[in-house]
Ligand binder design. Structure first.
Ligand SMILES: *[C@@H]1O[C@H](CO)[C@@H](O)[C@H](O)[C@H]1NC(C)=O
Ligand SMILES: *[C@@H]1O[C@H](CO)[C@@H](O)[C@H](O)[C@H]1NC(C)=O
Ligand SMILES: *[C@@H]1O[C@H](CO)[C@@H](O)[C@H](O)[C@H]1NC(C)=O
Ligand SMILES: CC(=O)N[C@H]1CO[C@H](CO)[C@@H](O)[C@@H]1O
Length: 576
């Protein structure tokens, strides 16, 4: 196992995650199997209870683990499936060590940060790095470890020390470190001091950078590279220049141009890993597909506008996976994506003057969009606006995709306006509503008292029902009978209501194994009106976009029927 550590200096939030996943993706183009681990130096054990306002969305894994966004980044770039163990938090490590201490594993010795915690971290990394993450089921060959925060923080100290020891545990040829730093441009001059200081900090903690990745708004000048190399005691070929590019999908090629992979290969003796021609071919193929993808970004000029009708629209991070899934689909459709943010509550008719202008603005935005997306969310605020957005899309033949809550509001809308059940609502919005008015109910098996971690989570099968061959979504999924997607919900459509809804044309084409729980709804006589109870965005990959999103994008661009006729999916997805 070869380990590539990606750490950061100067400030956080300068794209360490993108750099780490791009590096992993490039190693994959050599034909290697790559996995990744994210270390987060905070005390939380469970991301499920962290506020999306403070922290962006919560990302759900196949095994139901709720993690923060970065694991999603790796899954999307590397095309792998990670587990809840692939994230390490300070809280998790302490809780692991403390429970071992309680069990008596330390034989009553004094338990300390060094060596007990640091050993536990190293053991954890060695164990988790070996977990197979792709379809082949084979052990990965390279593990990318992203160390969150910045080196020198109090929080990250135990992890830095653990990694310092780890380089001796696994040996020099098996351990390399990329340090991401910032080169600010002040009065037109590229400043190297922060980078020098960051590298000095790193060295004082016993870690040596093999590469210094310099984030800068512009291309680094040659004398700046030489200066960094000299003051940081590395060769100029070890300084990589990561300047701003058109999109983050260009970063792998930017690194490739600078021969980063050649350096890493030599440094880690990657050529010692025996690869067969099959693996090499897969790697070449991946690189070619990535290249054509980035050209497609630069050469798509036709724009598709998608209205995202949500609740945290002033905090766009909380919809990150949804945005990524839209991006992946737009690249596949060769369209430029324009997301139109519509705050759902602004769509509700209001009275005061101030709110009237917001109301008009929101409706103007919605009506100018080519497609409508209502993503998942919790709580009541804005849900009436979402119902109105679903109505707009249904009645005006605008492509619509509802995810989770988006499925529930589409169902309520249909029940109210087509079945005439004016009072129907969700038990989530109105816990006291009469039983016959419950269009969406609390799932019977979920414990109502205990909020944290009581949701239907993770990968579950959805079965396409008999006589659903007409379904556009089913065709997008390649006609399969069963699909597996990730879930995160507490409420579901009331099964009692389903026969009446179906009678009027709102078809629940996908159900769970029991045939009771509604997973996918679709309107038959509509360009694309699809909603899923699961969250398809979690499984979207850069080179393999999520099918429900691809359908929305293609329908909004007016090319869905053409796409379904050509069935591009079956041949393109195979390799990733
Ligand atoms: C790297 O790892 C391999 C396999 O675990 C081991 O045989 C080798 O000795 C290590 N290299 C160094 C320089 O320690
Ligand atoms: C960025 O996009 C423009 C077209 O939009 C293209 O001409 C240019 O080459 C791209 N730049 C890079 C670095 O890819
Ligand atoms: C909706 O509720 C109101 C007030 O409770 C009631 O008068 C009315 O009949 C209900 N409408 C329907 C269609 O059930
Ligand atoms: C912050 C974070 O990602 N935490 C997850 C890490 O893995 C544990 C399980 O081992 C999950 O419970 C956390 O949600």
């Amino acid at each position: 196992m070869k380990y590539v550590i990606v750490s950061g200096g100067v400030i956080s939030g300068i794209g360490k995650g993108v750099l780490a996943s791009s590096t992993g993706m490039l190693l994959k183009t050599l034909g290697l199997r790559v996995t990744s681990i994210k270390i987060d130096p905070y005390m939380n054990i469970d991301a499920g209870t962290m506020s999306p306002l403070e922290h962006g969305e919560c990302f759900v894994l196949n095994d139901g683990g709720e993690t923060d966004l970065d694991l999603g980044n790796y899954e999307r770039y590397l095309g792998v499936t990670l587990t809840r163990d692939h994230n390490i938090t300070t809280g998790k490590m302490y809780s692991h060590v403390i429970s071992r201490e309680r069990r008596g594993d330390y034989l009553g010795k004094t338990v300390q940060v060094v060596p007990h915690l640091t050993d536990a971290i190293q053991d954890w990394i060695e164990r988790v790095a070996r977990i197979p993450v792709d379809d082949s089921g084979a052990e990965p060959e390279v593990c990318i470890i992203e160390l969150g925060g910045t080196v020198g923080d109090i929080e990250s100290a135990p992890f830095v020390e653990a990694l310092r020891q780890f380089q001796f545990r696994v040996g020099k040829d098996n351990f390399s470190l990329i340090h991401v730093s910032l080169v600010p441009v002040i009065h037109g001059e590229q400043k190297t001091k922060p980078t020098q200081a960051a590298i000095k900090d790193l060295r004082s903690l016993g870690l040596t950078p093999d590469m210094i990745a310099c984030r800068c708004s512009e291309k680094l000048e040659e004398h700046v590279i030489n200066k960094i190399a000299m003051f940081c005691h590395v060769g100029p070929e070890q300084v990589v220049n990561v300047h701003d590019v058109n999109s983050t999908y260009h970063v792998p090629l930017l690194l490739l141009e600078q021969k980063m992979i050649d350096y890493l290969s030599a440094r880690l003796k990657l050529s010692d890993i025996a690869l067969n021609s099959e693996d090499k071919k897969r790697g070449d193929n991946l690189l070619n597909r990535w290249r054509s993808l980035t050209t497609s970004i630069d050469e798509s000029f036709e724009c598709v506008k998608i209205a995202l009708v949500g609740k945290y629209t002033n905090l766009k991070d909380s919809y990150l996976s949804v945005i990524k899934a839209l991006e992946h689909s737009s690249m596949r459709c060769h369209r430029r994506l324009e997301i139109v943010w519509v705050e759902a509550s602004d769509l509700e008719p209001e009275t005061t003057e101030h709110e009237k202008s917001k109301f008009h603005e929101a409706w103007n935005k919605l009506s100018a969009a080519d497609g409508v997306l209502v993503p998942g969310g919790f709580g009541t605020r804005g849900t009436e606006g979402m119902v109105l957005a679903a109505k707009w899309a249904r009645e005006n033949n605008i492509p619509y995709l509802g995810v989770c809550l988006g499925l529930q509001v589409a169902t309520l809308e249909f029940a109210r306006n087509v079945l005439g059940m004016k009072n129907v609502t969700s038990a989530e919005f109105d816990p006291d509503c009469a039983e016959e008015d419950q269009g969406v109910v609390y799932m019977p098996e979920i414990d109502k008292e205990n909020m944290g971690g009581t949701m239907r989570l993770g990968l579950r099968p959805t079965i396409f029902q008999a006589e659903t061959e007409w379904s556009k979504l089913r065709k997008l999924y390649g006609g399969s009978h069963e699909v597996h997607e990730r879930h995160r919900h507490r409420y579901e459509v009331n099964p009692k209501l389903v026969p009446r809804l179906e009678e009027q044309g709102l078809m629940f084409v996908g159900r769970d194994e029991s045939g009771e729980r509604c997973e996918i709804l679709e309107l038959r006589n509509h360009p694309y009106f699809v909603a899923t109870q699961y969250h398809p965005e979690y499984m979207s990959k850069v080179l393999d976009p999520s099918q429900p999103f691809l359908g929305l994008m293609a329908a909004s661009a007016g090319i869905l029927d053409e796409m379904l006729a050509n069935d591009t999916r079956s041949n393109e997805r195979a390799e990733f």
